[in-house]
Design a protein around this ligand. Structure first.
Ligand code: S3P
Length: 422
């Protein structure tokens, strides 16, 4: 699919932000191990979450869906699938599900599309093997022979919520305590949900401990909006909102709000209206107007708090006055694409002054952008970031290989048109 974007004079209006992808995955996965049915309002309908759902169904979970509410009915015992489970484009599906499969007497192979088949799985195979599972495959397909596990203390080399969640989910049924340390704090949705379900879990800064917890309470939840989807409109607003742009129902969990810290460095104020709590997660409506032109620095513990927002923040940096630096973000190289390479090549072709580095980029701004034909390389966040670049570029920007946008944001194009004043 091609996405065509033309220059916008301004943006304004209101967008109801689509449901949080990370939470939607977890609502299916944790619903499947509760001791009764759970009811979820508005999980994300993107392809990534559908992959989680289909894999769970192959393992015996029943899922009923009336279009608004999804009911997850756990199987008493998970069933042995007869063929490899297809995780599509979704690293979250493969890595989190691995943690659940590892503690069950099953042998499960998981495969993915071309992008997922290149992504590193040793980061979860290593701890799961230490716990007693037999995991093979440094990249997908991944085969897990699950069974009785022992609790371990594990120091993850990367600040990754996927690695952390995988180990914690395996620890739920291990013998003894499991402790996971990460170099800096990644998103904590798994910990919050497990706490609400009654698991014996303790969080201490960058370490999480979990005791075996077999009796997990089912839940009812409404999934709030995804700050990683809101990020595209935050940047569009920072560049072009003469009148307010309001983003309704955004999950502002502090482990996810690094982008708000960056916008504050830039000088863009984002007001939080209607603050509330939904299912243990803080939620607000965010209002953005155009202001601020300072460049920014992203490094250290800020990186995991905005890892998925870096592609669109790179677009913002091209329009700021001075040098923006992103470092300590080597993880970007092993996302759906090598995001450092793909973003740098794409923005350069639009006229940006961006130098990729080993673990980030250096961007000098401001530079006018020109519309061109640009390749999203099948990466949803890169495709959407280029669309935002297209709003400030001269002429027409044609984004090729943009199909994957529907993995996380099926109605992105409709929302884009709805805020543009041309
Ligand atoms: C996710 C965690 C992040 C993020 C991904 C979703 C999750 O990955 O990039 O889009 O739901 O746990 P890492 O934790 O591997 O950095």
């Amino acid at each position: 699919m091609k996405l065509v974007v033309t220059r916008a004079q301004a943006v304004s209006g209101e967008i109801v932000i689509p449901s949080d992808k990370s939470l939607s995955h977890r609502s299916y996965l944790l619903g499947a191990i509760a001791n009764g049915p759970s009811r979820i309002k508005n999980p994300l309908r993107g392809e990534d979450c559908e992959s989680t759902r289909h894999c769970l169904e192959k393992l015996g979970t029943r899922i009923e869906d009336d279009g608004t509410f999804v009911t997850v009915i756990p199987a008493k015992e998970w069933s042995q699938p007869t063929e490899p489970l297809d995780c599509g484009n979704s690293g979250t599906t493969m890595r989190l599900l691995s943690g659940l499969v590892a503690s069950r007497p099953l042998t499960v192979t998981m495969k993915g599309d071309a992008s997922l088949s290149r992504r590193p799985m040793k980061r979860i195979a290593k701890p799961l093997n230490e716990m007693g599972a037999i995991v093979t495959g440094e990249t997908p397909p991944l085969t897990i022979q699950g069974g009785n596990l022992n609790g371990i203390t594990y120091h993850s080399e990367v600040a990754s919520a996927q690695v952390k969640s995988c180990v914690l989910l395996a620890g739920l049924r291990a013998d003894g305590k499991t402790v996971l340390h990460e170099p800096s704090k990644s998103r904590d949705h798994t910990e919050r949900m497990l706490t609400a379900m009654g698991a014996a879990i303790t969080v201490n800064e960058n370490a999480v401990e979990i005791e075996p917890s077999f009796d997990l309470q089912p839940f009812q939840m409404r999934v709030p909006g995804d700050i990683s989807s809101a990020a595209f409109w935050m940047v569009a607003g920072a560049l072009l909102a003469e009148q307010p742009l309001t983003l309704i129902g955004v999950n502002v969990n502090p482990t996810r709000t690094g982008i708000l810290d960056v916008l504050s460095q830039v000088g863009v104020s984002v007001s939080h209206d209607n603050q509330r709590e939904e299912n243990g997660e803080p939620v607000a409506d965010l209002v953005i107007t155009r202001n601020g032109t300072n460049p920014f620095v992203i490094e250290g513990s800020l990186v995991p708090r905005l890892i998925d927002e870096i592609p669109v923040l790179a677009v913002l940096a091209t329009q700021l006055s001075g040098e923006t630096i992103v470092r300590d973000a080597r993880e970007l190289r092993v996302k759906e694409t090598d995001r450092i390479g793909v973003i740098a090549a794409g923005l350069r072709s639009m006229g940006a002054n961006i130098e990729p580095t080993d673990d980030g980029f250096i961007i000098q701004g401001p530079t006018p952008l020109r519309g061109t034909t640009i390749d999203a390389s099948g990466d949803h966040r890169v495709g959407m970031a280029f669309a935002i670049a297209g709003l400030v570029a001269d002429g027409e920007t044609v984004i090729e290989n943009a199909d994957s946008i529907k993995t996380s944001y099926p109605n992105f194009e409709e929302h884009l048109h709805s805020i543009v004043n041309s």
